[in-house]
Unconditional design. Structure first.
Ligand code: UDX
Ligand code: UDX
Length: 454
């Protein structure tokens, strides 16, 4: 198959690479020339374990990078569209609806450059019923061409993207129930069947597929907000959230995954997709349903803000002028991605409180610096956590990088200002051992361990 992928961001690059790895001829297209040039020269713009090896092996053999949308559209059998679909910042639905301008522009470019029928695959997360608009744009042509739009949402998670693609829980493909729609679905099933067992390839109608993506992300985020909500109650009642999570997770109906209480969820998808779901519910006259899902976001916003409040309260109600080392900038471990990262929300709040913030992360510091904009001038960026914590009053763990759990906290403690505080926003440290070292320890959903009389 000749496959073109339009939009070589996180999703496009990883999926395009995987299609090449499985024997297809793939061109990844992007309007960003700098990104394309860097990929052509073998530099991977994102940190994703295992991705570089696969790209370097296929690059120039059956994986190509280009800015030329026209030529590559004309030659492709299947076109995957993975341009970004951010939250709208203007006009109707601002702050909630998806901004589909790049998607629509891409559809028109596909139309302008096609002289044979094509299969167009929605890879970007889009609102349910987006395919109607795309079909109308594509099929309103005077060339007599017909296009099939199918939905094939991406479920890969950053940090484990390669294994998620190589061994997916399932692949979802939605299409029209017409003969040509079914034929298009079959073409894509054949592409995946090279490495995915047939029973893991689910086919549905278009709308179920589009809605399943939003629903999957909403359910995942809802679990985190649910466990975080209970974590707050634990902090008031001397229950321990890890024990509660384990106790409920052993119920096979609930299951153990995605029950890690934290400073909050981040990433480019959860917030955007739930806001989009909320907008759709309101749009379709279902305000009660909209408010239900909106609460998942509000709980997450509370979790981030409350983490900072707890820090300030614990540190005698002021952090002004105090050096605070933040361990972690990425929105989760094993990625350099900082989009919607709770670490940066905490960083901004603490800068607002006039703390002297030192940010440390093994892979995400450069992205963090860019994302923080003017605030970056008030932040120290320090890759070495030992240096970051030297003479600090407090440490906050904000990303669950495993290396943060392996540091020599006795050595760190010895060089900090005392009383020394540690706030574990990811519950990855040995809290009892830290307390015995001398730290005042505050974790998520656990009673604090402090040397102060209450
Ligand atoms: C994003 C969204 O986060 C995800 O929900 C959606 O499903 C797909 O888009 P991601 O790949 O992480 O996922 O986004 P991003 O890294 O921003 O990549 C989008 C790429 O599309 C960028 O490289 C951008 O330059 C490119 N693009 C955008 C085009 O090539 N053409 C356009 O018209 C617009
Ligand atoms: C998510 C979905 O998992 C993926 O299927 C979809 O395609 C894109 O969105 P991603 O954003 O890469 O993937 O990461 P994910 O592992 O889902 O984590 C999202 C956030 O939730 C991170 O900030 C993570 O630290 C946090 N998280 C996750 C928790 O706080 N607790 C948990 O138990 C799990």
């Amino acid at each position: 198959m000749k496959i073109s992928v339009v939009g070589t961001g996180y999703v496009g690059l990883v999926t395009g690479t995987c299609f090449a790895e499985t024997g297809n001829y793939v061109t990844c297209i992007d309007i960003n020339r700098g990104k394309v040039d860097s990929l052509r020269s073998g530099k991977i713009p994102i940190y994703e374990p295992g991705l570089e090896e696969v790209v370097l092996e296929a690059r120039g053999v059956n994986l190509f990078f280009s800015t030329e949308i026209d030529k590559n559209i004309a030659e492709a059998d299947i076109i995957f569209v993975s341009v970004n679909t951010p939250t709208k910042t203007f006009g109707q639905g601002a702050g909630r609806a998806a901004d589909l301008q790049y998607w629509e522009k891409t559809a028109r470019q596909i139309l302008d450059n096609s002289d044979s029928p094509k299969i167009i695959v929605e890879k970007s997360t889009v609102p349910v019923r987006t395919a109607v608009a795309m079909e109308r744009i594509l099929n309103s042509n005077s060339k007599g061409l017909s296009f099939d739009v199918i939905s094939n949402p991406e479920f890969l998670a950053e940090g484990t993207a390669i294994q998620d693609l190589e061994k997916p829980d399932r692949v979802l493909i939605g299409g029209r129930e017409t003969p040509s729609g079914q034929k298009a679905i079959q073409s894509l099933v054949d592409v995946y069947a090279h490495w995915v067992p047939r029973e893991r390839i689910l086919t549905t109608n278009l709308w179920s597929s589009e809605l399943s993506k939003l629903t999957a992300n909403a359910f995942l985020a809802q679990r985190i907000s649910s466990i975080n909500a209970i974590a707050n109650l634990c902090e008031k009642t001397e229950a321990d959230i890890n024990e509660v999570a384990h106790a409920i997770g052993t119920d096979s109906r609930i299951g153990p995954n995605f029950l890690r209480a934290s400073v909050g969820f981040g990433g480019s998808c959860f917030r955007k997709d739930i806001l989009n779901l909320v907008y759709l519910c309101d749009f379709y006259g279902l305000p009660e349903v909209a408010r239900y899902w909106e609460q998942v976001i509000k709980m997450n916003e509370f979790q981030e803000a409350n983490f900072v409040s707890k820090m300030v309260t614990a540190m005698f109600n002021t952090v002004a002028g105090k050096r605070i080392a933040l361990f972690g900038a990425a929105f989760k471990a094993h990625t350099s991605d900082i989009r919607e990262s709770p670490a940066l929300a905490v960083c901004r709040e603490l800068v607002g409180e006039r703390a002297q913030v030192v940010l440390s992360d093994p892979h995400a510091l450069e992205n963090a610096r860019q994302d923080l904009g003017a605030t970056a001038e008030q932040v120290i960026f320090e890759p070495d956590p030992y240096t970051a914590a030297r003479e600090a009053h407090a440490i906050a763990i904000l990303t669950e990088w495993p290396q943060f759990a392996e540091l020599d906290y006795q050595a760190i403690y010895d060089e900090m200002v005392h009383p020394a505080f540690i706030f574990d926003g990811r519950n990855i440290l040995d809290h009892r051992a830290l307390f015995e070292t001398g730290f005042n320890v505050y974790a998520i959903g656990k009673p604090p361990l402090t040397s102060f009389a209450s």
